[in-house]
Design a protein around this ligand. Structure first.
Ligand SMILES: Cc1cc2nc3c(=O)[nH]c(=O)nc-3n(C[C@H](O)[C@H](O)[C@H](O)COP(=O)(O)OP(=O)(O)OC[C@H]3O[C@@H](n4cnc5c(N)ncnc54)[C@H](O)[C@@H]3O)c2cc1C
Length: 392
């Protein structure tokens, strides 16, 4: 294998493999790509969910979908019919397996697993020099998907931390026709906790505790809540744990990294891949991979995630700030949103495919007072600061 490539992708996770699989399927055999991935094997380490259309195939072959989802807060329960765009579940092992198989069939794309990038790549004689645990590689362009190592509180408006277990019970305990999107627990010092349950069958489910909070949380911070949530759902039914998953997703990243040299782009979860108000990233990453593959195959530079429209960014940030300042109202706010907004409009909005009418439907569904209070409070603070500045 030559050590020089047109494109080097750092990290073969969701973003890296999504791009590499598209390049493998493209006919531009003259365009060579290397994916450098530090893990030495892939496991079923996560479950991707999103609202989708028809059932897909290949690396997007969903394993399960639901037409009804439930939100609960205190005594309030909202059932949402999402049959037009069902909530779909894609196990990571399906995605990884299909992407790796597509890459292995293409001579112009190589995946090197068990290979860690050791230092920040530098440019030498017009090419990026990437030092890895398997030697030095050189590329005209780099797509860097590596997440930053430790998320820091100030890096995002809120963090979505979750810890879940997929469990199999000895007898039926789950209603497999309806998923629990958000079952709110009382807000506490770590943030806004809720339980998320994906009932794969009457005996099997992924039960997850999620917290929207100002600090990123580790499994140990969520373990007790998860244990309680599982116990409440299985009752006295014997069960075994099949696997666990943990994640920390940014909600409203304060800065998106950008390299001044446009032949080196940073993408993925920690570089604009996640939608601010949901933390969901899978579909945005797929849209980016489509566009980026087309760009490089056509002879152009790789691209970053497209930023959301300014109005969407403003809406997301206002909503996240209301959650930050009113954590005890979060359950009621989400229930109001899902109860009052037209489901198709809301789902398009949450999936980043909304129109102006969808944005308006979301605004109309939310109780105005927490938002007005926040905006008025901010204005008053600005006026006070200006006044203080003039007096100084
Ligand atoms: C458990 C979990 C569940 C999620 N569920 C959903 C969901 O339901 N819906 C949704 O939309 N989003 C979800 N997400 C968010 C998002 O879709 C995923 O995090 C997604 O994997 C992000 O893709 P990525 O390529 O940015 O990062 P990753 O998939 O994490 O890929 C980054 C890759 O870089 C590699 N790497 C890191 N350092 C190095 C190095 N030095 N050298 C070489 N390789 C390196 C890593 O091993 C990894 O494979 C979830 C995230 C997690 C963690």
């Amino acid at each position: 294998m030559s050590n020089t490539f047109d494109l080097i992708i750092l990290g073969g996770g969701c973003a890296g493999l999504s791009l590499a699989a598209r390049l493998a399927a493209s006919s531009s055999a003259g365009f060579t790509t290397l994916v450098v991935e530090s893990r030495d094997h892939y496991t079923n380490d996560r479950t991707w969910c999103f609202w989708g259309g028809q059932l897909s195939s290949g690396e997007h072959a969903v394993a399960r979908q639901w037409n009804t989802m439930r939100l609960t807060s205190g005594a309030q329960t909202v059932l949402v019919d999402c049959g037009q765009t069902p909530y779909q579940m894609l196990p990571a092992e399906t995605f990884y397996g299909a992407a790796i198989s597509a890459i292995s069939q293409a001579q112009h794309v190589s995946l090197k697993v068990g290979t860690a990038v050791l230092a920040a790549p530098g440019k030498v004689d017009g090419n990026w020099r990437v030092a890895t645990s398997a030697g030095v590689f050189s590329g005209r362009m780099v797509v860097d998907t590596r997440p930053q190592q430790t998320p820091k509180p100030d890096d995002a408006l809120l963090w979505q931390s979750f810890y879940g277990q997929e469990i199999e019970c000895d007898r039926p305990v789950f209603d497999a026709s309806c998923l629990d999107l958000m079952n709110f627990l009382p807000a506490d010092s770590i943030g806004i906790p809720f339980v998320y349950v994906l009932p794969v069958s009457p005996t099997r489910a992924l039960v997850e505790v999620t917290v929207f909070g100002v600090n990123p949380l580790l499994p140990k911070d969520l373990a007790l809540k998860l244990e309680t949530a599982v116990a409440q759902r299985v009752g006295d039914a014997p069960f075994r744990m099949l696997r666990s998953e943990h994640g920390i997703l940014p909600m409203g990243l304060r800065a998106i990294p950008k390299n001044p040299d446009r032949s080196y782009v940073q993408v993925g979860l920690m570089a604009g891949g996640a939608r601010a108000c949901t933390g969901y990233a899978f579909q945005r990453i797929q849209r980016w991979a489509d566009a980026c593959a087309k760009s490089v195959v056509a002879g152009f530079l790789p691209i970053q995630h497209s930023p959301d429209a300014a109005v969407l960014q403003a809406m997301d940030h206002l909503f996240l700030n209301v959650l930050r300042t009113n954590p005890e109202r979060a359950g009621a706010l989400f229930c109001a949103l899902f109860a009052r907004a037209n489901a198709a409009r809301l789902i398009r909005f949450l999936s980043g495919e909304g129109t102006w009418l969808d944005y308006a439907a979301v605004v109309a569904a939310l109780p105005p007072w927490p938002f007005i209070k926040l905006l008025v409070g901010r204005r008053a603070t600005r006026v006070t600061h200006q006044g203080a500045g003039q007096n100084a």
